[in-house]
Design a protein around this ligand. Structure first.
Ligand code: NAD
Length: 348
């Protein structure tokens, strides 16, 4: 296997250049900053599938009118217990941020809130939104649907029917980073298959079927015409959670579902979030004690790591060493930057 010749880019430079790209594309400063901070944070946490490598896709979405820059979040329905926010295809990093701010305020007042964000452009790494809630002292869970062209086969099937519908949850801890559970309900996030394809490396067995329904480790099979299909994680269990994400994230709240969704290269996300304030419920002390007891108990054996820990470990390494960008991704970023009138991506 050929060795990948990475360029190691300091995260500050990657962030500044990503801000510059979105400013050149027409984003106001806040939007450019929120998008860039989110994407670079995904890189820092080791999820290159949701890092700056998606910038070319975002700009293609904008040109295809699947991403509306400088959009404002609109509260479409507010019943007190539940808010339904419409993003109008706005930048997910702004729309989800602002929806979480509303949900956190509501949970602070009422003890809990259900917030639905519908019809948003790609909202990236879902753990980011759970972390925003955790930073405000909130426990939260998030069910997300993806409309971007079917890419995952239901358990028992061979043909793609749904998106990679991610799930996330976070539990804040006193004086320590939160526990963050955050994954696609496909065996692999589709962006990870793109990253492997760009790197020219195989993907783990069991994650992908070719367009004949046969298992394959060649990431290119996902991008053939007709395309292959990802599998659901955990067989029937992941399939059930994937379906719940589709129904809660979208069907319940009038958001686009995959069966009517476009396959135009844009990514639309809708997210169903439940946000709980232990402080407001008066159970914060009890919860904190029990949480630490549970975490101590489950990690009392060597080799057990808490969800969220691998991302924190990656963050330390990548802050120190820079973020590795593979040649194909860098070429795509350079071309995307030139498309919005810049000299190039890394060139200042
Ligand atoms: P993954 O398979 O890397 O799993 C990540 C989760 O597993 C994290 O919570 C991590 O802390 C935990 N984890 C990993 N190794 C662990 C270990 N040894 N012990 C304990 N916990 C461990 O994630 P993925 O499915 O590839 O998803 C990657 C990212 O893609 C996620 O951030 C997800 O939100 C995002 N995503 C977004 C969309 C979208 O449409 N916006 C769609 C799919 C996925």
């Amino acid at each position: 296997m050929a060795e990948v010749n990475y360029t190691y880019v300091p995260w500050e430079q990657l962030q500044a250049r990503t801000i510059a790209v979105f400013r050149a594309a027409g984003s106001d400063l806040r939007e450019a900053q929120l998008i860039a901070e989110h994407l670079v944070e995904a890189n820092l946490r080791g999820h290159d599938s949701h890092g700056v490598g998606v910038v070319p896709m975002y700009l293609r979405s904008q040109r295809a009118k699947g991403l509306v820059l400088n959009q404002e979040l609109r509260v479409a329905i507010d019943t007190g217990a539940m808010l339904i926010c419409d993003a109008g295809l706005g930048a997910g990093q702004v729309m989800a941020h602002d929806a979480m701010v509303l949900g956190i305020e509501r949970a602070r007042d009422e003890g809990s809130a259900i917030v639905s964000l519908r019809n948003s452009h790609h909202i990236g790494r879902i753990g980011h939104w759970a972390e925003q809630c955790a930073a405000a002292g909130m426990v939260s869970i998030h069910f997300v649907n993806v409309v971007a062209g079917a890419i995952v086969a239901p358990f028992g099937g061979t043909q793609a029917r749904l998106g990679t519908n991610p799930f996330a949850a976070a539990f804040p801890r006193a004086g320590q980073p939160p526990v963050v559970v955050d994954f696609a309900t496909s065996t692999l996030a589709s962006g990870k298959v793109r990253v492997a394809h760009n790197k020219g490396v195989p993907i783990p067995a069991g994650a992908l079927l070719d367009n004949q329904g046969k298992p394959t480790t060649d990431p290119g099979k996902l991008f053939e015409t007709p395309p292959g299909a990802l599998t659901t994680f955990g067989e029937h269990k992941g399939w059930g959670l994937m379906l719940a994400c589709e129904l809660l994230g979208a069907a319940l709240v009038g958001a686009p579902t995959q069966h009517v969704g476009p396959g135009t290269g844009t990514v639309i996300n809708s997210m169903f979030s439940v946000i709980v304030s232990p402080e407001r419920l008066g159970t914060a002390g009890l919860f904190a004690g029990e949480l630490e007891a549970v975490l101590g108990w489950v990690t009392s054996e060597d080799g057990v790591r808490l969800p969220g820990q691998p991302e924190l470990d990656s963050r330390i390494v990548r802050i120190a060493n820079g973020i590795p960008v593979d040649p194909a991704t860098l070429d795509q970023l350079e071309a995307a930057a030139r498309d919005v009138g810049m000299n190039g991506f890394l060139a200042a």
